[in-house]
Write a protein that binds this ligand. Structure first.
Ligand code: SAM
Ligand code: SF4
Length: 389
């Protein structure tokens, strides 16, 4: 057996609804008026039991559940009865690790921040707030319903309730002044005791309103040089505040890295319930092949397919080459890179395309690790698509 110590298991729960659809977002998120709580509870429960039998069938090695992540959409809008039920039933089906990390993504609106204390009581111990921008003009441009004052109140409440608080920011907007961004970032880090920050440069995703505007010439994006400068300054300020970058867009104070996301990037086992959620695990009886389990994406279809009995859209077993490429693609996002011993076939990195990337100094291969050269992080997506193709 080549793959080392795959004994962690994470659970991702997708809640697909939001108050409104943001013009830049291509996540599986929708606006709805009606939520049949009982139907959702039943469908999530059916999926958890179905996963339990699949984990047995594929003889997946894990000790207990190490993390849960409620993502979306906007899971802070999820009725608390559903949240409570998922936590209860998953603790019965799987054993929770003593120091299990349970994260939830929250919007800063008043309705949601009022629920923080109750969520904490239910066992949520890490909250990630979608602040998105540090001034009102940019929040309006991003089509957000909250203003910066709401965000400040939410961060304040969150840091008084949870030990582990993260915020999401989107930067490098066309009309954003880089010095303003630097000052805003500095002041939020001085003011609040957060310990994790995800800083994403705005990307124009197909199918979004921003994509249509971009195509019509109504929306511009920053050029590559300015984007690189935004990234460098962001990294410098965060480092000055003791936040280290551990993944392309993720920064954390020591010991506050998101364990859940690390489990993805380290190619551990995870299961995903809810519309569009997917799971990946190691098939122990089949020479360490990766199994991918996908859910129906449309919320109504997903609910119909899982209400009586759980039905996944498909279950795909990767061959060993595909498993290695998957491990590489996930691991190369990490600053530390990936240990070569994790690959089934270590000689894969002798392939021409890896040699070329190494020659161009885009990746660094040493005795036991392969990683992206820090100076070329901004090219990560094109490096990864070159590897996949
Ligand atoms: C599922 S959303 C987060 C939860 C919550 N719905 C919210 O928006 O506050 C995950 C994060 O991805 C980031 N994101 C989404 N679309 C993006 C885009 N086109 N460019 C950059 N970041 C994006 C945002 O920072 C967002 O908070
Ligand atoms: S960014 Fe968040 S709130 Fe906005 S549509 Fe996407 S998931 Fe919903």
């Amino acid at each position: 057996m080549t793959n080392k110590k795959k004994n962690l298991l994470s659970l991702y729960v997708h809640w697909p609804y939001c108050e409104s659809k943001c013009p830049y977002c291509d996540f599986n998120s929708h606006v709805t008026e009606d939520v049949d709580k009982d139907a959702w509870i039943k469908s999530y429960t059916n999926q958890l039991y179905e996963y339990k039998s699949l984990l047995d069938k594929f003889d997946v090695k894990f000790d207990n559940l190490s993390t849960i992540f409620f993502g979306g959409g906007t899971p802070s809008l999820m009725p608390v009865e559903i949240l409570d039920h998922i936590l209860n039933i998953s603790s019965k089906i799987f054993k929770f690790k003593d120091d299990i990390e349970i994260s939830l993504e929250a919007n800063p609106s008043s309705y949601e921040r009022e629920k923080f204390k109750y969520m904490h009581k239910l066992g949520i111990n890490r909250i990630s707030i979608g602040v998105q921008s540090l001034n009102d003009k940019n929040l309006q441009f991003l089509g957000r319903k909250h203003n910066y004052r709401d965000a400040e109140t939410a961060i304040d409440l969150a840091t008084n309730t949870f030990n582990n608080v993260s915020i999401d920011l989107i930067y490098a907007l066309y009309e954003q002044n880089i010095d303003d961004w630097q000052n805003e970032l500095q002041s939020v880090l001085n003011k609040f005791n957060i310990n994790h920050l995800s800083a994403y440069q705005l990307t124009i995703e197909k199918g979004t309103r921003f994509f249509k505007d971009f195509k019509k010439g109504l929306l511009k994006t920053v050029d590559n040089d300015l984007a690189a400068e935004f990234f460098t300054r962001t990294k410098t300020i965060l480092n000055e505040h003791n936040f280290q970058r551990y993944e392309i867009s993720n920064f954390a104070k020591e010991k506050f890295e998101s364990e859940h996301n690390l489990n993805y990037w380290n190619s551990e086992n995870w299961i995903g319930i809810g519309p569009g959620a997917y799971g990946r695990m190691w098939y122990s009886n089949q020479d360490n092949k990766r199994v991918e389990i996908k859910n129906y994406k449309n919320p109504k279809t997903w609910l119909n397919k899982n209400y009586q009995n759980s039905e996944f859209e498909n279950i795909n077993i990767f061959n060993q080459y595909e498993s290695d490429i998957d491990t590489l693609i996930m691991g190369l996002r990490l600053r530390k890179g990936i240990e070569i011993e994790k690959l089934n076939n270590k000689s894969i990195i002798q392939e021409t395309k890896f040699k070329e990337l190494e020659k161009e100094k885009l990746i660094i291969i040493d005795n036991d690790k392969i990683k992206i050269n820090d100076d070329h992080l901004i090219k990560l997506d094109s490096i990864l698509s070159y590897i996949i193709n």
